[in-house]
Design a protein. Structure first.
Lengths: 857, 329
């Protein structure tokens, strides 16, 4: 009895012990201790009640770290066991990870036939396979069954995995009825609730995160990923989800999450696919190719990977490779609209908008319910200036997918276009809000045409007409036009022949020079166009700033103490990796520094190889060459050597400033303290010293600006003017300095210089009528009737209280320029408001007599 | 009643001997700086009324906090004095005359209790409503340039009244800069945008609105006062009425009320029938120009400009004749 009792007792104790080991192993799995979990699950004996669960989790643990062969073997072994039918779905999922879709389908089918406990998961896996190979109608019918299953069961008898399967099915069905995404969310929520503290619950959390991201809800997506990653920082799928979320929100750090995922599972195909996309963003095509090759090595049937491979081949201009990749993807799924969507999206990310629109059209042709395709098509058409068709396609997209906040914002913005004027010139269409079009149009049109003349000659390229320039008074509207959301840091964007800018009235953008912004973005139009949009980002930005520097004194980014600090601390990116500075900045200022640094690279190339070398580089990029090849072929140097050359250039160009930067700061600080205690005379010496130490610096806290203010205060107009001239040559946004310079020069009798300063000031702030009035008078004195008219028009456009006087002055300006017809119109407008305006009456009588010989018209 | 109505609606070309009665009230300053500032504004307005617009002393009443310490001030700005002045205007004013009341100072309260701070009891919107009721056949311009004045507008709004307040509501309590620009408009030359040699209440209002906005913009500050004007009696103010409004909207009456409107009429009615005839022809031309402007949207741009040019040339010629006859050319 005692013996029996002992055995019984042992048995009683042993059962919980086995269960305990499965529980412990499951906790390890959920904590990301995959190796330990796998070892523990492997030890669970075949007769154990938890054996099926242990085998499923064993396979899962092995797959999580990329041991796919072992996972497959374990799954196969298990299927031959007594409860083997319970493992067919697990086997199918492992096979699918390797692209063995035929075998996977058989496995899923066997799970279904055997009525395995996870047969609903097998069902949904089968439907996904069918969907992914293009059997869309069949797949949708299969997904549709899940709604009946859910409703039939009342949801109560469904396991976590079953509920997840229902949710996934609803997510696919969402393409036909967007309301079903809400049902998917409901099922996911229940799955998470039911499966709290289980791996299946974690799966549901990650899956719902992916769905949130698909539906543009990054905050909830991140919460879902975070929740999983808090317990298991090594979950590769959650890490990739989190990486995609960062990309979605335009945040840095996606790359490090990808590398973390790959550290856990070096064979995780989705991580390699995302890595390839990140390389593409940086225009690192060779690296992208290597990453995508790895993905396809792991899973040759990955439709995502096939699409990215096609994109890489396309973007390096390898049309044979592109066609082959495309063919392969379409063989796997003849209705693979996502192939073209991926091509469209990745093309647009490297500024190939026309190609993006073409690809999106092909996606639409393959799948009339690909709302993403309609969205991509519409957005890229807008970037190409095709507003009406773009809007129509966005509306189609939004009807099918009402969750897309970018498209909603963009459609809302398009509805406001009726509040804008469209003004045509020789080469441009300007879209400017009605309230300010009369003011801005003369400047922007003049500037645009001047830029056109300069760039078409420099770059030997004629853009297809017209170039469309949209000017937004609201920075948020500009931001929506550019990226679909508010909050963009930039002031202007060039999509090629469609450009968008902040108007100078967009005060939330801060003080900026809208003239140089126009010039900068138009330079992109030509550098993009002349290379078929193949110019790398860094060079396009560098050339735009370089062109700003050449256009007018002071325009474009310039050197600052912070920039030189970054250089000294080795925090500037090397030339060979300059796109990183724009796309993956390591610190907030790096993007701004990269603009200036890229312009210095262009300076260096022009200095040492001649400006013609820049044009040859552009031609080489147009031919599809990589930056490596371009530097070798055109500049006869490799990138590493050029990095050293640039370093030497920096040390030479900024030798004085680099040597004296610390003393410069000390002296400037000292001077500022003296000025704060009104010891202006005493501040001059340290300011002069600081200026000598860093003569190129003309920021708003520069010694030059302080000296100018002291000399102005002293009444030393000549010296003040000298300092202000120097400042204006390196500062494009100091409005007060331009006004002060103009005033000083007027006092010195230099009316031409004074006019130039006011003209420069207008590109910072065009809204002060007094500035326009003064400039009109200066221009009149200088005999520049064109400028007089422009300035008089500006005064009228600013809706002055005394509008009749402004119109009268405009009429006089027209008449003096010999334009009697415009003079008549202006004086009629003046008298329309003020019929008894004596001066205007006199002018009208003169014009009338000249026009009619004294008779009525 | 019929006669009164006709008088009120008569166009300015009728040349009746219309007079303006001006009451300026500057209230409690609360501190010497404000007291001096309010007095300076009131005096500037009283001076320009008497000198530039040639209003007789009897029609210009200026009541200030400290009373008649200056000969140009009629007395302390107590409620009793304000009401007495208004009662005197009511007694003396003929039908069709213009009563202009300008309040300068600190405001407080809300709705019917919205008031201007005066030495002694304050005066509320309710008080003014009672006093203004006496002006049944006159045009009234009630210009409240105090802080927190906005709530007076709906209380005092009525037909034949122009109500101007420096603020949109009683919540805008900060010191008003609108008052300075409004007085500047009447005392300077910049606000006469239709170049007829006079500044209407509408012109003064628009000038002050524009300059107030510019003031805040230049300082980069949020605007803490938003003036409003109502003259169609609908108890709703308009922030920026159109300077060229012909009728049917806020601004139409304010456009026709001037300080010294009588001066202009008396010019035309000088004892020279030839000059009076010329003025009559000129007013007729102005009327035709107004009519043409109303039809602008129905004409092509060229046809409109041609017609406008014809009329404007005639008007210019007529004005030239008038100037010659008046010895001004």
């Amino acid at each position: 009895m005692r013996g029996i009792c002992t055995v019984a007792l042992l048995a009683i104790v042993a059962a919980p012990a086995a269960a305990q080991s499965v529980d412990d192993a499951t906790e390890m799995l959920r904590a990301g201790k995959y190796q330990e979990a796998a070892a523990a699950f492997a030890k669970v004996p075949a007769g154990d009640a938890e054996w099926t669960t242990a085998q499923r989790y064993l396979v899962r643990s092995l797959a999580a770290v990329g041991k796919y062969d072992e996972a497959e073997s374990a799954a196969r072994r298990s299927t031959s066991g007594s409860s083997g039918a319970q493992l067919w779905n697990t086997l199918g999922e492992v096979l699918r990870l390797r692209g063995k879709n035929g075998e996977a389908e058989q496995a899923f089918a066997r799970a279904r036939t055997a009525h395995a406990s996870d047969s609903l998961t097998a069902d949904v896996n089968l439907a996904i396979l069918h969907y992914d190979r293009g059997d869309r109608d069949e797949a949708l019918k299969e997904f549709d069954r899940f709604i009946d299953i859910y409703n039939g069961s009342g949801g109560s008898s469904l396991t976590t995995a079953d509920l997840t399967a229902v949710a996934i099915a609803c997510r696919y069905l969402g393409a036909t009825n967007p309301q079903l995404f809400k049902d998917a969310l409901k099922a996911f929520d229940r799955a998470i609730q039911e499966g709290a503290d289980t791996p299946e619950g974690d799966d549901a959390r990650v899956a719902v995160g992916e769905m949130f991201l698909e539906k543009y809800n990054s905050a909830d997506a991140q919460s879902s990923f975070d929740e999983v990653l808090r317990a298991n920082p090594s979950d590769p799928r959650a890490l990739i989800g989190a990486a995609k979320r960062r990309l979605f929100d335009g945040l840095s750090g996606a790359d490090s999450l990808v590398w973390r995922a790959l550290k856990v599972n070096p064979s995780y195909a989705p991580a390699h696919v995302l890595a390839a996309e990140l390389h593409l963003d940086l225009e690192e095509y060779a690296d992208a190719q290597r990453a995508i090759d790895k993905a396809l090595q792991i899973n040759p049937a990955s439709s995502e990977a096939l699409a990215v491979r096609a994109a890489v081949r396309y973007l390096v201009n390898d049309m044979t490779g592109f066609e082959a990749a495309k063919r392969q993807a379409l063989v796997a799924n003849p209705r693979d609209a996502e192939l073209f969507n991926t091509l469209a999206e990745l093309s647009a990310r490297v500024r190939q908008y026309r190609e993006a629109a073409d690809f999106a059209k092909q996606a639409v042709a393959l799948d009339a319910k690909s709302w993403r395709a309609f969205g991509l098509l519409g957005m890229n058409e807008l970037r190409l200036g095709q507003i009406a068709t773009g809007k129509k396609n966005l509306e189609t997209s939004f009807t099918g997918d009402p969750y897309n906040v970018w498209i909603k914002n963009t459609l809302d913005l398009l509805d406001t276009f009726k509040n804008y004027d469209e003004i045509k010139t020789d080469h441009f269409v300007f879209m400017i809000e009605k309230d300010e079009s009369a003011l801005l149009e003369p400047y922007i049109a003049e500037l645009g045409e001047a830029a056109y003349a300069r760039f078409s000659s420099t770059y030997k390229y004629t853009p297809p007409p017209p170039i469309r320039i949209e000017v937004y008074r609201s920075h948020a509207d500009f931001s929506v036009r550019t990226v679909g959301l508010a909050g963009l840091g930039a002031l202007g964007v060039s999509f090629g022949t469609t450009l968008a800018f902040d108007s100078p009235a967009a005060k939330d953008a801060g003080p900026f020079n809208w003239g140089s912004t126009v010039w900068h973005e138009l330079a992109h139009t030509f550098t993009l166009g002349s290379t078929d949009h193949r110019i790398p980002r860094w060079l396009s930005e560098g050339l735009s700033v370089y062109e700003e520097h050449r256009a007018r004194p002071g325009w474009g980014f310039d050197v600052t103490p912070a920039f030189l600090d970054a250089y000294r601390k080795n925090k500037l990116v090397p030339v060979s990796r300059m796109n990183d500075g724009f796309m993956h900045p390591a610190y907030p200022e790096q993007v701004m520094f990269s603009y200036y640094q890229a312009s210095l690279v262009c300076d260096l190339i022009a200095r040492d190889y001649g400006e013609a070398a820049i044009q040859r580089m552009l031609q080489a990029y147009k031919a599809g060459q990589s930056t490596d090849d371009v530097f070798k072929g055109v500049l006869k140097t490799d990138l590493a050597t050029f990095d050293r050359k640039f370093d030497a250039y920096m040390r030479e160009k900024f030798a004085t400033a680099l040597a004296g930067l610390d003393e410069f700061r000390v002296k400037t600080r000292e001077a500022r303290a003296l000025m704060q205690s009104n010891q202006f005379d005493a501040a001059v010496a340290p300011l002069e010293r600081a200026k000598a130490l860093f003569p190129q610096y003309g920021g708003d806290d520069s010694p030059i600006w302080y000296l100018a203010q002291i000399y102005t205060k002293r009444g030393d107009t000549r010296r003040a003017a000298d300092e202000l001239k120097q400042l204006a040559a390196s500062n494009e946004t100091n409005y007060a300095a331009q006004i002060a310079l103009s005033t000083a020069l007027q006092k010195l009798g230099d009316n031409k210089g004074a006019a130039t300063a006011l003209d420069a000031a207008i590109y910072i702030n065009p809204f002060d009528p007094m500035i326009h009035q003064t400039l009109a008078e200066l221009a009149k004195a200088a005999g520049d009737p064109r400028m007089v008219i422009r300035e008089r028009r500006a005064v009228v456009a600013l809706a002055p209280v005394d509008r009749p006087e402004a119109l009268y002055q405009l009429a006089v300006a027209y008449r003096e320029a010999g334009d009697s017809a415009s003079a008549r119109r202006a004086v009629l407008r003046a008298l329309e408001d003020a019929p008894n305006f004596e001066k205007a009456q006199t002018l009208l009588l003169v014009i009338h007599d000249e026009r009619t010989g004294g008779k009525k018209p | 009643m019929v006669i009164a109505l006709l008088t009120l609606c008569a166009p300015r070309s009728a040349l009746h001997a219309q007079r303006t009665h001006l009451l300026i009230v500057s209230g409690l300053g609360g501190d010497p700086t404000y007291t001096a500032e309010f007095r300076a504004l009131g005096l500037a307005l009283a001076d320009v009324a008497r000198k530039k617009y040639a209003m007789p002393d009897s029609e210009v009443v200026y009541l200030a906090e400290e009373g008649a310490k200056d000969a140009r001030i009629s007395g302390p700005s107590t409620k009793v004095n304000v009401e007495a002045a208004l009662a005197r205007f009511a007694k003396n004013a003929a039908a069709g005359d213009e009563i202009v009341i300008v309040l300068i100072g600190h405001g407080s309260g809300s709705q019917e209790d919205s008031k201007i701070s005066l030495p002694g009891p304050d005066m509320s919107a309710r008080d003014f409503a009672k006093d203004l009721a006496a002006f049944k056949t006159q045009h009234v311009g009630f210009v409240n340039l105090t802080s927190a004045s906005g709530d007076m507008l709906p209380v005092l709004s009525a037909p034949n009244r122009v109500i101007i307040t420096a603020t949109k509501s009683s919540f805008e309590r900060n010191e008003s800069v609108f008052v300075k620009y409004f007085i500047a408009a009447l005392t300077g030359d910049g606000a006469d945008v239709d170049k007829d040699g006079r500044v209407s209440l509408l012109e003064a209002y628009r000038y002050a609105v524009t300059e107030t906005k510019r003031y805040y913009d230049d300082l980069g500050r949020l605007q803490t006062e938003h003036a409003q004007l109502d003259d169609d009696g609908d108890k709703k103010g308009t922030a920026e009425p159109d300077l060229r409004v012909a009728s049917g909207a806020d601004g139409a009456l304010a456009r026709r009320i001037f300080l010294g409107g009588g001066v202009y009429a008396s010019m035309a009615g000088a004892n020279d029938p030839r000059l009076a005839a010329l003025y009559k022809e000129r007013f007729a031309l102005e009327g035709r120009i107004d009519e043409l402007k109303k039809r602008k949207s129905t004409l092509s741009a060229d046809a409109y400009d041609d017609a406008l040019e014809n009329l404007l040339v005639d008007l210019a010629m007529k004005s030239k004749e008038i100037r010659a006859m008046e010895g001004r050319s």
